[in-house]
Design a binder for this molecule. Structure first.
Ligand SMILES: Cc1ncc(C[n+]2csc(CCOP(=O)(O)OP(=O)(O)O)c2C)c(N)n1
Length: 327
């Protein structure tokens, strides 16, 4: 899939936005400013930007607990996401969703299910709806190598295949489920091989190469959109930080991180852009600095926003039926 030069610059900016947004969250969390618990996707930007590249309006996208970056791509503004993480009333979900449950259904951003594996069955409901309406959209579910070992995931894959649903299962293999190495939790090289058991295609690709991600999602999404049925994609990548902010990361060797830092997805795209003479280093610095300004503004917006009023405690929490009964 040929990616125009101007798109390469946009992808470069998007990856910096994701990384710098996450780094800002890391700092704010360490200072005790952010409530709750956060999992960051630093190092995994290529898979997010590359997947976003081939998502179309109307697609349904279920993210995991590590994809603030994809939520930004799907249309939650940096201001709204930052305010959400601060628990403020101006947040994407009025401060009640937080990191795990920030979502924007009107943009197809379904958010995360805290129970690993469950989302991979639920996604088929969205896929069925797209198929029933024949709207050309697809349902994408994103989950980690750890979640991939849950039984529900296999149930979801089987159902998607049997019903020939437009479901795309994306496994983000970042090497660990908390402290458990994926080499110890699975006996196969490529997790995408599991697709064969359900009679659908499975592809593994370099998740730190944004162009490889665009190539893989481009072909897979097209096939699924055109009625070809479900498929599995595995993107091999690495999270630079711990599982959660505050994780001392005592379970993986230093050399392993060093090896993956050499494969940093942003540096790799930067090298391609410079090598091909698509943009000068000054231009790339400008693109990066633009993202810093966006994040500074988002932080200011979040800090200056009010907390939800106490009277809002139960608003949007329960669905109110006619006659006042709560469901
Ligand atoms: C059913 C279930 N079991 C355990 C957990 C606790 N838990 C939260 S995240 C996580 C690890 C997930 O690893 P992976 O799926 O590889 O995603 P990653 O965190 O690496 O992005 C676990 C075990 C959970 N949320 N749900």
């Amino acid at each position: 899939m040929k990616v125009p030069n101007e798109d390469l610059i946009k992808l470069y900016g998007e990856m910096w936005l994701i990384r710098l947004f996450e780094k800002r969250l890391s700092d704010l969390f360490a200072k005790g400013v952010l409530p709750g618990f956060i999992h960051l996707g630093i190092g995994q930007e290529a898979f997010m930007a590359g997947t976003h590249y081939n998502i179309k309006p109307g697609d349904s996208v279920g993210t995991s607990h590590r994809e603030h970056g994809l939520l930004l791509g799907l249309g939650i503004s940096p201001n709204a996401l930052m305010a959400e993480l601060y628990g403020k009333a101006t947040g994407s979900n009025k401060g009640k969703g937080g990191s795990m449950h920030a979502c924007s259904p009107k943009n197809g951003a379904l958010g995360c299910n805290g129970i690993l594996g469950d989302a991979q069955t639920i996604i088929n409901g969205y896929a069925f709806s797209h198929k029933f309406r024949n709207d050309g959209n697809i349902a994408i579910t994103i989950f980690g190598d750890g979640a991939a070992n849950r039984g529900d995931v296999h149930e979801g894959m089987n159902l998607a295949s049997v019903l020939n649903l437009p479901t795309v299962f994306i496994i983000v293999n970042n090497g660990y489920g908390i402290s458990m190495s994926s080499k110890d939790s699975s006996n196969i090289q490529d997790l995408s091989a599991r697709a064969q058991s359900y009679g659908m295609p499975g592809i593994s690709a370099d998740g730190n190469d944004v162009l490889a991600v665009i190539e893989a999602t481009g072909e897979a999404f097209k096939r699924t959109r055109e009625g070809g049925g479900p498929c599995v994609l595995e993107f091999k990548t690495y999270r630079h930080q711990g599982h959660f902010e505050g994780d001392p990361v005592t379970y993986r060797p230093k050399e392993e991180l060093e090896m993956w830092l050499k494969k940093d997805p942003i540096k790799r795209l930067e090298a391609i852009i410079l090598e091909k003479g698509i943009a000068a280093p000054e231009k790339l610095l400008e693109v990066k600095n633009e993202q810093i300004a966006v994040i500074d503004a988002a932080q200011k917006f979040a800090e200056e926003s009010p907390y939800p009023d106490i009277s809002e405690t139960y608003t949007d929490v329960y669905f109110e039926l006619e006659g006042g009964a709560l469901k």
